[in-house]
Ligand binder design. Structure first.
Ligand code: UD1
Length: 437
């Protein structure tokens, strides 16, 4: 079994390049299905989830070439694409559900398996289903698959989301681009990844207004054209390194993501005593220009109070890093999880490092200790895994994180980047433990 082995304490110093957002690029790739011809997506991170999406699009009949080093995916979409997203792939990556809208709009039918996904509580899809039905599709569950049909094509309508769901907003916007007439989505999600996909759709010829607001209006068109699009930077990966600096008394410059994508995060990092500087436009590793920022951590952070909220609130995906920071901070900190059924498996692992966390419903109350103590811990999802690695920076001795395939689903070159920032971390093979029977 391969694990990440880190010897602490250590702090992060230097600069790190962050490429496109996992949570955007997967949807941009799905959106390519809306146009016949070759779509090119750039600033693509080299992560496992992109490979899974490449496989899914290939099985749908697209010819996909992916250059992970250059960060480019080219997708040739034929006139007729398949309509089935297999359980095997959707199970491996929940974001596969984002082909549901495009396939229903373009092929008038889709069979998409119901996902399993991250171990972060039950994640409903009722708004995806209800929205497509409002657009004129029939959607029912058959043998574990969503079966959507819209023989007469989709037609514009008004959709009021119960909650600003990222996935439902994306699926419904994509579907509505090829519907007859006007669709108005209220209580839509405003995340930067939504802005990114809407921007690409507009480049493809879609008519969308209200992008980045809670009220998105889409006027359907007959067809879209393929384009070349650059993926927005990954604010969650950027936030991970930012918390790494704040938690480890480090000094990290993040290149490729601007602070405007992390409004609430910058405020909370400053509350912890860190200095956060907006560097504006700076040169990026790929020769282009993009935004950057710098975080300088204090010797011992102050504990912070954070409530996760839809954008522009504090992102739920950075929740483990808040708990990690609070676990070594001065004082008592609080994290309230408002988006998902709480992901507390992470907390149980953090407790193995000596963190003092009390869970009460969706709240994690953390009493900071001066230092943690290295141990073997297990990642239960992408961010929990990265959170355990960062906590290991403030733990004396060796911390070994298993379940690293979770981390590699969302972080490119995680070990290499941390090593570049000065952390003594390596990927090693750990002998299997006890065997019975
Ligand atoms: C996306 C991100 C994820 C992030 C989340 C919130 C991807 C691949 N994943 O997930 O990293 O944590 O946004 O920013 O982009 N819900 C329903 N019914 C629905 C849809 C959602 O009840 O039809 C609920 C979910 O159970 C959850 C909440 O709404 O409690 C938020 O879900 P949503 O915004 O849809 O998140 P995802 O798109 O799954």
């Amino acid at each position: 079994m391969e694990v990440f082995r880190l010897t602490g304490p250590a702090s992060l110093h230097g600069s790190v390049d962050v490429r496109g957002a996992k949570n955007s690029v997967l949807k941009l790739m799905a959106a390519s299905l809306l146009a016949v011809g070759r779509t090119t997506i750039t600033n693509v991170p080299a992560i496992l989830d992109v490979r899974i999406m490449v496989e899914l699009l290939g099985r749908l009949g697209c010819v996909v070439d992916y250059d992970p080093d250059a960060g480019i995916v080219g997708i040739d979409v034929p006139a007729e694409v398949g309509i089935q997203a297999d359980y095997e792939l959707v199970r491996a990556m929940r974001a596969s559900i984002s082909v549901l809208g495009p396939l229903t709009a373009r092929m008038k039918a889709a069979h998409v398996a119901l996902p399993g996904g991250d171990a972060i509580g039950s994640r409903g899809l009722d708004m995806h289903q209800a929205g497509l039905e409002a657009l004129g599709a029939t959607v029912h569950l058959e043998h574990g698959y969503f079966v959507a049909t819209a023989q007469a094509g989709l037609r514009g309508t008004e959709i009021a989301l119960d909650f600003p769901s990222v996935g439902a907003t994306e699926n419904l916007v994509m579907a509505a681009t090829l519907a007859r007439g006007e669709t108005v989505i209220s209580n839509a999600a405003k995340e930067p990844e939504i802005v990114d996909i809407c921007t690409m759709l507009v480049e493809m010829g879609a008519k969308i207004t209200g992008i980045g607001t809670g009220l998105i209006t889409i006027t359907g068109v007959d067809a879209l054209r393929p384009v070349t699009h650059r993926t927005v930077g990954d604010r969650i990966v950027a936030g991970t390194y930012a918390f790494g600096a704040a938690l480890s008394a480090g000094d990290v410059t993040v290149r490729g993501v601007g602070l405007e994508l992390l409004p609430n995060v910058a405020i909370k990092l400053r509350d912890s005593g860190a200095v956060v500087d907006d560097l504006g436009d700076i040169p990026l590793a790929d020769g282009t220009t993009g935004q950057g920022f710098r975080v300088i951590g204090t010797r011992r952070p102050r504990s912070i109070r954070v409530a996760t909220m839809p954008f522009p609130g504090f992102p739920t995906d950075l929740q483990p890093f808040v708990i990690g920071l609070n676990s070594v901070a001065d004082g008592v900190g609080l994290l309230s999880e408002n988006l998902f059924e709480a992901r507390w498996r992470f907390v149980q692992e953090l407790a193995r490092l000596g963190a003092k966390v009390r869970i009460d419903g969706n709240h994690a109350l953390v009493t900071g200790v001066p230092e943690l103590s290295g141990a073997e811990v297990e990642a239960s999802d992408i961010r929990a895994g990265a959170g355990l690695v960062l906590a290991g920076l403030r733990a004396t001795g060796v911390t070994e994180v298993s379940g690293i395939d979770h981390i590699e689903r969302g972080y490119e070159n995680f070990v290499a980047n941390l090593r570049k920032l000065g952390a003594p971390i390596e990927r090693v093979v750990r002998a299997e433990g006890l065997r019975f029977g």
